[in-house]
Ligand binder design. Structure first.
Ligand SMILES: Nc1ncnc2c1ncn2[C@@H]1O[C@H](COP(=O)(O)OP(=O)(O)OP(=O)(O)O)[C@@H](O)[C@H]1O
Length: 284
C-alpha cells in the first residue's frame, strides 16, 4: 500500500464560522444530481492518516453502501460527511450545498445514525423521538403522529414507555434510527444500522429504507455484511486505508463476481495457513 501523500493545507475558515449567506433554505438544489459529493477529504489523528484523499459522488435516490475492512476510514468519512468531524482538508457538498458554508441549513437535510451514538437515555423511547422532532423544529402535532408511526416501523410500540437506558443494543439502534428519520431528511447517513438488530427488525428496517429510497430519498450505509449490501444497495464504494478503491453501481463494482469475492480481491488480507496450532491443543 502506498504511503499517503501529505494533505494539502487546512482550510482557513474554522468549522461553522464562515459568513452565512443572506437567505438559506433546507431544500435540496433541484439541478444537482448528487445527494452527497466528497472532494479531497483528508483526516489524520496524530500520526495516523484515517482518510487519505477521498472523492465520492453519491447519486440522488441511490441506496449507497460503504464497505471496507476494520479501520479503513468508513466512520471517519461518514462523520466528516455529516459535520460531526472537521477534516484537515476537503469539501463536502450535500445536495449541492457546502456543509461548512451553511452547517445548520445542510444538517436540516440530513438524518444521521452515527457510530457509538450517545442517546439521552433517561428519556423513554417515545420521549426521545418527540425530543428529536421538536429539536428539528417540527410542530407538536406532527411530532406526535410521526412518533407513533416510527415506533411501529421499528417494532418498539411495546417499549415506547421504557427508558432508553434499559433498552438492549439493538433496541437503542432502532430508536436512534427513528430519531434520524423524524424530520423526513432528504439524505440518510447510517453507520452500521443493522449491527445488533434482530433479523425481523432488520427486514422491517430494510423495507422502510427501500420505500424511503423509492420515494426519492438517498441512503448511505456502512456495513461489513457484503451479502446484505449486494442485495440491498444500488451503489457501493470499497474503501481501504483511507482511500476509495472502487465505486459505482453494485453491478459494476462486483463485475460478475460476488461482492464478497470482489471485496477480498480489492482489499486483500486473507491469512493463509493452518491457524493457531496451540488453539487446537487441549489443556486437559
Ligand atoms: N478519534 C480517533 N483518534 C485516533 N485514531 C482514530 C480516531 N478515530 C479513528 N481513528 C483511527 O482512524 C482509522 C480509521 O478509523 P475508522 O473508525 O474511520 O474506521 P472504520 O472503517 O469505520 O473501521 P470499523 O469497520 O472497524 O468500524 C483507524 O486506524 C482508527 O484507529
Amino acid at each position: 500500500m502506498n504511503v499517503p501523500e501529505p494533505p494539502p493545507p487546512a482550510r482557513q475558515e474554522p468549522y461553522g464560522q464562515a459568513p452565512a449567506p443572506a437567505r438559506q433554505t433546507h431544500a435540496p438544489q433541484p439541478d444537482v444530481p448528487e445527494a452527497l459529493r466528497l472532494r479531497g477529504l483528508w483526516k489524520s489523528f496524530g500520526p495516523k492518516t484515517a482518510v487519505a484523499g477521498v472523492d465520492l459522488d453519491v447519486p440522488r435516490g441511490s441506496f449507497y453502501g460503504l464497505v471496507g475492512p476494520n479501520g479503513a476510514g468508513k466512520t471517519t468519512t461518514l462523520s466528516i460527511s455529516t459535520g460531526l468531524l472537521v477534516p484537515d482538508a476537503g469539501q463536502v457538498l450535500v445536495h449541492g450545498r457546502d456543509l461548512w458554508a451553511a452547517p445548520q441549513q445542510v444538517k436540516g437535510m440530513l438524518g444521521i445514525l452515527p457510530d457509538g451514538l450517545r442517546l439521552f437515555d433517561r428519556l423513554t423511547g417515545a420521549q426521545l423521538i418527540t425530543y428529536a422532532g421538536l429539536l428539528q423544529g417540527l410542530d407538536r402535532e406532527t411530532v406526535v403522529s410521526r412518533t407513533e408511526d416510527l415506533l411501529r416501523a421499528v417494532d418498539l410500540v411495546a417499549d415506547r414507555d421504557t427508558l432508553v437506558v434499559d433498552y438492549s443494543a439493538g433496541m437503542s439502534k432502532k430508536i436512534a434510527l427513528a430519531c434520524a428519520l423524524v424530520h423526513a431528511p432528504s439524505l440518510l447517513v447510517l453507520d452500521e444500522p443493522f449491527e445488533a438488530v434482530d433479523p425481523i427488525s432488520a427486514a422491517n428496517i430494510r423495507d422502510l429504507l427501500g420505500s424511503y429510497v423509492a420515494s426519492g430519498g438517498t441512503v448511505i450505509v456502512s456495513s461489513h455484511v457484503m451479502d446484505l449490501v449486494q442485495r440491498m444497495c444500488s451503489h457501493v464504494a470499497v474503501i481501504a486505508a483511507g482511500r476509495v478503491l472502487a465505486a459505482g453501481t453494485v453491478e459494476d463494482v462486483r463485475a460478475g463476481a460476488s461482492l464478497e469475492d470482489r471485496f477480498v480481491e480489492l482489499v486483500g488480507g486473507r491469512v493463509a495457513g493452518e491457524g493457531l496450532a496451540w488453539l487446537s491443543t487441549s489443556s486437559d
